[in-house]
Design a protein. Structure first.
Length: 202
């Protein structure tokens, strides 16, 4: 059972930048740098200061804004009300998936084992966030594609420029990048690193 389709921009760019720990002012800088580099999507983790304010502030921009580290149904509803375009959880919780999809919002559920991945897909998730991806690496993604070729996988956790291409070549539909890409609030550095990532798909 598949969920709502992921935003098409994910399929085109195959990169989901993740902003963690930034306040609304810093998020605005990070998001602006990403837009300037051609990345029209950002995930803001809810454990960041003023996360809902950040989501609301970006919801009118020409950029898809997701809520990450969503750990409860209540948090999912709050993020969607703030304007989140998609929901990402680090684990599988069917209530979170239902809260999002019932309101027409795609949900990306976190999982690590094959059993969890199938459960997430059957619960209606749009894709599975393989987390932490660094445990199994690209080889793990490649092995999963055999029996689970119909489940979109998004490795997240420790992904860098050096490993992103390997994950995508192994069959991932996209990769989530946090610290390597958005661990700084220097717009020039973010744009430079984003350009290197986008070159992977040229």
């Amino acid at each position: 059972m598949s969920g709502l389709q992921l935003p098409s921009i994910v399929g085109l760019q195959r990169i989901i930048p993740i902003s963690r720990g930034h306040d609304p002012e810093q998020v605005a800088v990070v998001a602006g740098a990403l837009r300037a580099s051609g990345l029209g999507i950002i995930e803001i983790t809810l454990d960041s200061p003023g996360a809902l304010e950040s989501i609301a502030g970006l919801s009118s921009e020409d950029q898809l804004v997701g809520a990450g580290t969503v750990r409860s149904e209540e948090a999912a509803n709050a993020a969607i009300s703030a304007g989140a375009d998609f929901i990402v959880s680090p684990h599988l919780n069917g209530r979170i998936v239902a809260a999002a999809t019932s309101r027409g919002i795609p949900a990306i559920a976190g999982a690590l084992t094959p059993t969890e991945m199938v459960a997430a897909w059957e619960a209606g998730a749009s894709a599975v966030k393989v987390f932490p991806a660094s445990i199994g690496g690209a080889r793990y993604i490649r092995d999963l594609r055999g029996p689970f070729g119909d489940i979109p996988l998004i490795p997240t956790g420790g992904v860098t420029l050096d490993s992103a291409r390997d994950y995508l070549d192994a069959g991932a539909v996209a990769v989530g990048l946090g610290g390597w890409l958005t661990g700084t609030v220097d717009p020039d550095m973010i744009q430079a690193r984003a350009s290197l990532l986008r070159a992977l798909f040229a």
